[in-house]
Design a binder for this molecule. Structure first.
Ligand code: KG4
Ligand code: ZN
Length: 354
């Protein structure tokens, strides 16, 4: 089954052709992120305007580089939400028109289910990569969410914990701002942390007194703010580079320890888990990967991350994959009528395994 996936929920415009939910024949991602760099965040109307301009060129390039025409496509999958409404509408309207003109079935995909499917994607020409084995514990970490999922199949899963305030990516981004780094801060903070001493500064472990798999990052950000305020001359610019690097390393360590601690508790509760996956933009973080690798080795199970960094951030391939899995497990999804929605809890479309 060859699915054309379309993703426009935030500031990316992406399309991809994916075979059997795994083999990526092409994936094109256009982003207006750099336009928002100097403004420090996305402006929804601007993002949608850019997406309107890029959606058709992105689609033609996707088909061209897959060496495919509409005759080679079996279905179209599109993100219907959650996300920025104007941006989502660019994708869903385009997908509806294409499905009608090409006479193809349309599959509406929840954005988070797309991220959860991103570890199934491969660029390998020969589909030799082994596919993941359920049950899977997935840590989904991006600028918008921080969720821990236990899944028995693509559509049977339980949300074990999620953030009560900032998302993990936001913790990186807001920390980066405090450290005087540019937007988006996650990769810059990771770079600054390299070579720093992660044990030099102490940060409290959030929610350590509670029996919960939830996350909370706002306290860490406040601790960082006070730490920098109490530095001599109370200005980031006067802190020596080595000290700044150790502050970044210690802050990053606190975020990663909080995330991996919850994953470790979840593995104790669900010992039948076969694999741990990390998905979303923060899955690109090297230190988080090291933490989770150690955890996976301790439990004798496999750690999987998206096969390239492109599949960590928003992309059409993960939407095509999720669309394929939805149809395989819930065939009615193929002719599903859906609304474009700014918010929706993924739990409303998954069955609870317990
Ligand atoms: O999934 P994504 O592209 O967009 C959504 O939020 O949906 O994730 C972007 C987030 C940003 O907060 C960014 O700072 C963070 O992922 N990020 C990182 C790294 N690369 C991206 N955070 C920490 N370390 C990284 N290397
Ligand atoms: Zn996303």
């Amino acid at each position: 089954m060859r699915v054309l996936g379309i993703e426009t929920s935030c500031d990316e415009t992406s399309a991809a052709v994916v075979e059997n939910g795994s083999k990526v024949l092409s994936c094109v991602i256009a982003t207006s992120k750099q336009d928002f760099q100097r403004l420090g965040g996305v402006i929804p109307e601007e993002a949608a305007r850019e997406q309107l301009k890029s959606i058709l060129p992105v689609l033609s390039e996707t088909l061209r580089s897959a060496d495919a025409t509409n005759n080679d496509i079996d279905a179209i999958a599109v993100t219907y939400g959650p996300g920025l409404l104007g941006s989502l509408l660019v994708g869903t309207s385009t997908a509806r028109v294409l499905a009608s003109v090409w006479k193809k079935p349309l599959i509406g995909v929840h954005h988070t289910l797309g991220h959860l499917s991103s570890t199934w994607l491969t660029d390998e020409l020969e589909n030799t990569v082994d596919t993941p084995i359920f049950p899977v514990l997935t840590l989904s970490v991006s600028g918008g969410h921080t969720d821990l999922w236990y899944r028995r199949s693509h559509t049977v899963g339980k949300l074990l914990g999620s953030t009560r305030d900032d998302a993990a990516g936001e913790a990186f981004d807001k920390g980066a701002v405090l450290l005087g780094l540019p937007y988006p801060g996650g990769p810059m903070l990771e770079k600054l942390a390299r070579g720093g001493d992660a044990k030099k500064f102490k940060f409290p472990r959030p929610l350590s007194k509670e029996d919960t798999l939830d996350f909370s990052f706002s306290g860490l950000k406040t601790s960082l703010k006070y730490l920098l305020r109490d530095m001599p001359k109370n200005s980031v610019s006067s802190v020596p580079e080595a000290a700044l690097s150790s502050i970044a390393a210690s802050y990053q360590e606190a975020i990663c320890t909080h995330l991996s601690h919850a994953a470790s508790t979840a593995l104790d509760r669900y010992p039948e888990t076969r694999e741990i996956h990390i998905v979303g933009g923060v899955a690109a973080n090297g230190r988080l990967r090291e933490h989770m690798k150690t955890l996976a080795e301790t439990h004798g199970i496999r750690l999987r991350t998206p096969s390239t960094l492109r599949y960590c951030t928003d992309n059409g391939a993960m939407i095509a994959a999720a669309g394929t899995f939805l149809v395989a497990e819930l065939p009615a999804s193929l002719h599903q009528s859906f609304e474009t929605v700014a918010s929706q809890d993924l739990r409303s479309i998954l069955s609870d395994p317990s």
